[in-house]
Design a protein around this ligand. Structure first.
Ligand code: UN1
Length: 496
């Protein structure tokens, strides 16, 4: 029997006010229901916000190293549950087990890292212009923050948001994607077991945008962080911008891998297969465009088609599977639509392109690893995020043209170049317009202790992850303190 997941409000698991539930199902086998989940209503969100406001009064005063101890315990508990949670990620989200375990490992790493940051939450002390006076900046929490997360990294992305928010002394209301509520509940359970006081972390659920938007625009919320599509993010920017509420947005990508004529083609091939088809292409960092120099284009495309054909599609729990299902029917339809669009625009469908409904794939949402060749930069499949196992290959001339094509899209999250020429790779580091650049490695696999933030339409300029210069900057604000110990009136900015 599927387990029941309730709201977590004020330190207790509470059934939804309206008594309604929705099901979370396994995308590789729709016959398996993972959980019956609380369909939160506005009243539930109001209660969660009230609990978070109340808890903020004391949580903000707990010394950050003590808050860090709780996160350290959470890290240990998550590490102890890694095998169980990795399997849950695979069953609820579909990615292959090695990636499910990797997802949980990212959450564990973030918990340990933020635990340490409790002792490094530095401001600055600088001299004053005046005698017997000093100046310092300190960091303080924002207050109650709303966190809305996607399904593609169902434990890692919540961890990227929750742990820095908590170490900075904020209290949170967390609304995960309705496709992966059980993974979210497991993180919250772990935090609670680690000793997070009641009301500091609250969890609400619900499909559709309505409850997420109600939460993000709630008058009792001070700041918000959202990871999801560009369209949803831009809508929120409009709504929350007017409210002068800090908003961190992590949105889509149309990430390019440049393959130069002098590249190690086997290495580039492995990178493109991993970056393009890992997680079934459902990462905001996925390699969805490959820009290949004309001198090696035919050879590389042949290798890529061969490689894509070798990938085995199936249930992520099975050891031999390379590529799992898409998250749900809606995503599957969207990807099939893009494949039709690509054919209509004159892209050459070189392999894949089909939904697989036979064999072990009969009860899930599977699409074959798909490669389009002969793609031109202006085509929609070369400009829009597909979020599925579809790689578009573009032929190009020299380095300058490759970089121009790579940069000429609205998004700018991650990009990569394969070349043995150190001068070219150094120029690529400088010239590629994205928040992350990889040299001789694919577009995926960012590490948690560095800022993760998209340029252009991919982000709002507040990176996730990382410490100072990253998430800690978003989840806290700076206060400057001037202390005058002269005992007399000292006037600054007065000519003597
Ligand atoms: C995402 O797809 O939203 O860099 C995050 C990566 C992962 C995170 C992806 N560490 O591919």
């Amino acid at each position: 029997m599927a387990r029941k997941i309730d709201n977590f409000i004020g330190g207790a698991w509470i059934p939804p006010a309206g008594g309604k539930r929705f099901a979370s199902v396994n995308p590789a086998d729709n016959r398996e229901t993972i959980a019956e989940v609380s369909l939160s209503e506005r009243g539930d969100v109001d209660r969660a916000v009230a609990a978070a406001r109340e808890a903020f009064r004391t949580w903000r005063l707990m010394p950050p190293p003590r808050r860090g101890e709780i996160l350290f315990r959470a890290a240990e508990l998550l590490a102890g549950r890694k095998a169980e949670l990795g399997e849950l990620v695979t069953r609820e989200m579909g990615k292959v087990l090695a990636e499910g375990l990797g997802d949980v490992q990212e959450a564990i790493d973030m918990a340990y890292y933020m635990a340490g940051e409790g002792r490094r939450w530095q401001g600055e002390t600088v001299p004053s212009e005046l005698p017997d006076k000093d100046c310092k900046s300190v960091r303080q929490p924002l207050g109650v923050v709303a966190l809305v997360t996607p399904w593609n990294f169902p434990t890692a992305i919540p961890a990227w948001k929750l742990f820095p928010a908590l170490i900075c002394g904020n209290t949170v209301i967390f609304k995960p994607s309705s496709a992966t509520p059980a993974c979210a509940a497991a993180i919250v359970e772990t935090l609670s077991e680690a000793g997070i006081p009641p009301g500091v972390v609250n969890l609400v659920h619900g499909p559709g945008e309505e409850i997420g938007e109600y939460l993000l625009t709630h008058p009792g919320v001070d700041a918000a962080s959202f990871t999801g599509s560009c369209a949803a993010g831009e809508r929120l920017e409009g709504l929350l911008g007017k409210m002068h509420r800090p908003l961190a947005l992590e949105m889509g990508g149309k990430n390019a891998v440049i393959v130069m004529a002098d590249a190690d083609l086997s290495l580039a091939l492995e990178g493109v297969l991993w970056g393009g088809f890992g997680t079934s292409g459902q990462r905001c960092t996925s390699a969805s465009r490959v820009i290949v120099n004309e001198q090696v284009y035919d050879r590389f495309v042949e290798m890529l088609v061969e490689g894509a054909k070798r990938l085995r599609l199936g249930n992520g729990l099975h050891k031999e599977t390379d590529v799992g299902p898409l998250i749900n029917e809606q995503q599957c339809r969207k990807v099939l639509d893009y494949i039709r669009i690509g054919i209509g625009e004159g892209g050459e469908l070189l392999t894949g392109g089909r939904q697989v409904t036979e064999g072990g794939c009969g009860n899930g949402w599977f699409i074959e690893p798909t490669v389009f060749g002969g793609v031109r930069p202006e085509m929609r499949i070369a400009r829009e995020e597909i979020f599925g196992p579809v790689v578009s290959v573009i032929k190009c001339g020299g380095f300058a043209e490759a970089v121009e094509i790579a940069n000429d899209v609205p998004m700018g999250l991650s990009s990569a170049i394969y070349s043995r020429d150190v001068n070219l790779t150094a120029r690529a580091e400088r010239d590629l317009q994205s928040g992350i650049v990889y040299i001789n490695a694919s577009t995926i696999g960012a590490e948690i202790h560095l800022p993760f933030g998209g340029w252009k339409h991919s982000g709002s300029g507040h990176p996730e992850a990382g410490g100072r210069g990253g998430a800690l900057d978003f989840y806290s604000r700076v206060k400057v303190i001037y202390r005058d110990f002269s005992g007399r009136l000292q006037k600054a900015q007065i000519d003597k």
